[in-house]
Design a binder for this molecule. Structure first.
Ligand code: ADA
Length: 567
């Protein structure tokens, strides 16, 4: 269960476990009567059903079922941390709320109980690519998209009056003053007393004026401690409204830009780390707590201070661990190389906006997150991209003006959208792609990096930070060869060492995120012709986190870059 928010006054139960299951295949949800399904199998929740041997690689409609104990005549809340790609929730045979079509964001569905003690919950889940049902999922993405209830499910009993969310912003870092945004359930309106207690200190009652469901409270954090990678101090805030009590964890830190520098708590900071897919060789997208902890340990052991959650909203449990470990995070909406045609499709815009809203709402209080991102390598040199990206940027800044905005561009010289973000981020692969014409692509690495940064130094964005958001090469696990060429672990180690030394030595780069942390399953079928093993093998670990040569040689260099202590 994610560490925060907590609801001490509500009954909150985890529904993780083994549910009834039925794979329905090519049928459409509209043709299903959930009361007449034959439950002929069982499936773990959370898990991807198509990561299990029986349903490996199968796409279609699936159904999950659980009978839950409920309080009589109460409002219940089902919270799903992620269901991929698309789902429709039923309670006692009746649809409960709208369909949900983004496979990586938390959402909830509420229902009222009558004079009953149990309710049947059925969830229809579909992992087929369907631009109408799941506009953000595309078959051409270079990462496998699994299906199922892939993150945890909880069931809450709500009080009559409740707080939907509590967001904490830093008002003044040096004094420890914070601004708390309370979101009242059912768009609370009017004046209500809200008690605020911080770190177990005596509660202070505030007369909160709710307008359209929101109220703002300013207060001081007693014994305020700043959050930083070196000292990831966290504070606990309790907010009580009537019978409801919400507990959130937050960190006091600010992130900003000053010319070409990124500042954390007013001090220049350079970022060095990895891109990480939330995927594992055994479980696919559903990582247990121990696997998340394992990855954090490896990131810290390598001396990283940064991780990009590519290319979708992250599991809240991983973000909790980043908060506790002082690893800075780039979290982004689901997307990969969106085309110009996406930007004029209303269904895509609606889905993209919803993904941004759900991501920011779920992750707001994580001090580790310093960047919001979206539209990885989208066609942002197309004219239609400009208004789309500007609108998305405006939405994110409305939702959260406290963090920096960026997107990973692979077209630095033609991009039309770089003006809309705070940090210019570039995915570059010199000496890997487009090197078919040479026998030793290594000669392309430094010229490729230097030409790009030089052009930006003199261009219209010479006053913005530039971050190398992706760079890397494939290494097949265990492959060594006297020629040390492509796909050998030696070539990858040498390539990354060259890149890391270059970025470390040129302060015009705000840092880099290596592509990527661990090998991750990608295309099935014809598209995998470009991906040996049907994996993206650019990890410095394989998909089971077994280290390649690069993982053994980069630690000292990364620690020199971040100042992290030797483990
Ligand atoms: C792109 C993309 C990554 C991955 C990478 C690669 O930069 O953002 O998801 O596909 O290329 O391995 O080529």
């Amino acid at each position: 269960m994610s560490a925060y928010p907590r609801y001490p006054s509500r009954s909150v139960r985890s529904l993780n476990g083994v549910w009834d299951f039925a794979f329905l295949g090519g049928i459409n949800a509209a043709d299903i009567n959930v009361s007449q399904l034959e439950w002929n199998d069982r499936m773990a929740v959370p898990a991807a059903f198509d990561a299990t041997p029986r349903y490996a690689g199968m796409r279609g409609l699936a159904a999950y079922r659980i009978v839950v104990d409920v309080a009589q005549s109460r409002r219940m809340r089902l919270r799903f941390d992620a269901v991929s790609f698309w789902c429709r929730v039923f309670v006692d045979g009746r649809p409960c709320g709208p369909d949900h079509g983004c496979g990586y964001t938390p959402f909830h569905r509420d229902f009222e109980t009558g004079a009953v003690e149990k309710c049947e919950v059925v969830v229809l889940v579909d992992n087929r690519f369907d631009p109408a049902a799941a506009p953000l999922h595309e078959i051409y993405y270079d990462f496998f998209q699994w299906g199922g209830i892939i993150r945890e499910v909880t069931l809450q009993t709500l009080p009559r009056q409740f707080l939907d969310d509590v967001q904490v912003r830093v008002a003044n870092l040096s004094s420890g003053e914070i601004e708390i945004q309370c979101m009242g359930g059912d768009r609370l309106d009017g004046s209500f007393p809200v008690e605020i207690a911080i770190d177990g200190q005596p509660a202070v009652a505030h007369n909160a004026e709710f307008s359209q469901g929101r109220a703002w409270i300013r207060t001081q954090v007693p014994d305020a401690k700043t959050w930083s990678p070196q000292s990831p101090c966290l504070h606990i805030l309790d907010a009580r409204l009537g019978d409801d009590w919400v507990r959130v964890r937050f960190g006091l830190r600010t992130v900003s830009v000053r010319g070409t520098e990124i500042l954390l708590n007013g001090e220049p900071l350079r970022l060095f780390g990895f891109n990480r897919h939330e995927a594992h060789g055994q479980t696919g997208p559903s990582l247990s707590d121990d696997l998340h902890v394992h990855d954090i340990h490896l990131l810290k052991k390598l001396g990283c201070n940064f991780v990009r959650g590519s290319h979708y909203p992250q599991d809240q449990r991983f973000l909790d661990l980043c908060d506790e470990s002082g690893i800075l995070v780039w979290e982004e909406a689901l997307g990969w190389q969106q085309k110009e045609s996406h930007f004029t499709r209303e269904s895509f815009r609606r889905a993209h906006d919803e993904c941004l809203r759900e991501m920011v709402s779920a992750s707001f209080n994580h001090p580790s997150i310093i960047f919001w991102g979206f539209l990885n390598e989208a066609q942002t040199d197309a004219p239609a991209a400009v208004p789309f990206l500007e609108d998305a940027a405006r939405l994110v800044r409305e939702l959260d003006p406290t963090r920096l905005l960026t997107f990973a561009s692979n077209r630095p010289h033609s991009d039309l959208c770089l003006h809309a973000v705070d940090v210019i981020s570039l995915n570059l692969y010199p000496g890997w792609y487009e090197s078919e014409d040479v026998e030793d692509p290594s000669d392309r690495i430094l010229p490729g990096l230097r030409e790009t940064i030089s052009a930006l130094k003199s261009g219209p964005f010479s006053d913005k930070p530039v971050f190398l958001s992706e760079i890397g090469v494939e290494a097949l696990p265990g492959w060594h060869d006297t020629m040390d060429g492509f796909y050998t672990e030696e070539f990858q180690a040498r390539y990354l060492e060259t890149v890391l030394r270059e970025i470390r030595g040129d302060p015009r780069w705000a840092g880099l995120a290596i592509w990527h942390f661990a090998d991750a399953r990608t295309y099935r079928g014809g598209r995998s012709i470009r991906r040996p093993r049907a994996y993206n093998n650019k990890g410095v670990f394989d998909e089971y986190r077994r280290p390649k040569l690069a993982a053994s040689v980069l630690g000292d260099l990364l620690r020199e870059c971040t100042g992290a202590p030797v483990p």
